[in-house]
Design a protein. Sequence first.
Length: 259
Amino acid sequence: MSAPPAVGMSLKMYFSHARAQAWFTAVAEGLRTRAAVMDGAVEVFVVPTYLQIPAALAIFAGTPVRIGAQDLATEDSGPYTGEVSAAELAEVGVSLAEVGHAERRRLFGEDDVVVAAKTAAALRNGVRPLLCIGERQHPAAEVADQAAEATAAQLLSALQDAPAGPLTLAYEPVWAIGAPQPAPLEHVSTVARHLTQVLAGMPERAGSSVIYGGSAGPGLLTDLGSTVDGIFLGRFAHDPAAFLAVVDEAAVLAERVAA
């Protein structure tokens, strides 16, 4: 693990505005008591809806927590009704933006060209891409080595013509998103190691990390250990206590690596 372990959460569109603020408040209070977070040994990021971003920025003020966006426009300004640019996101304090999530691809038709354009837009505006990649086939049909090659190809496609800068690569097998269980540990480890090697060969991506998402919850980061740089949580961390439990797992890992 080359970087502090990261724990992140996307709220997707599950929470009302009031519930999101309550979640932010409970998590922020818990994080302020955790030295590993406050001194940077563990990185934390939260990705709310656009409307929830100002509240998140205010509630997490005074902590190192990164606030992200679930999407961004391919362009920096112009007649794009309904879009939000990386430039404006950066202006208000957003430092991370999700790009290429399987739901954006499936529900809104975003293809490799759009993903590459959004990745470039984030980087040129100083916003770290949270680039989501993952194979569609279940491991019964596609072995881990094939999945590793497929996801590496997605990574390279997304970085075509992108400015230099680090990114957080979220490995999320499409078949594991919303499933009862995450992908098998050995499968995740094989793919994550390969992606880490690919990124290591890109000096312009220094500082990048590889995390796992896809039905991730408490206990998984401990099981994966240092084969990944962190975990990307969803519905299994809707309870603030569950999210904080994963942060505690990351703190144990960070202490073990430092020892």
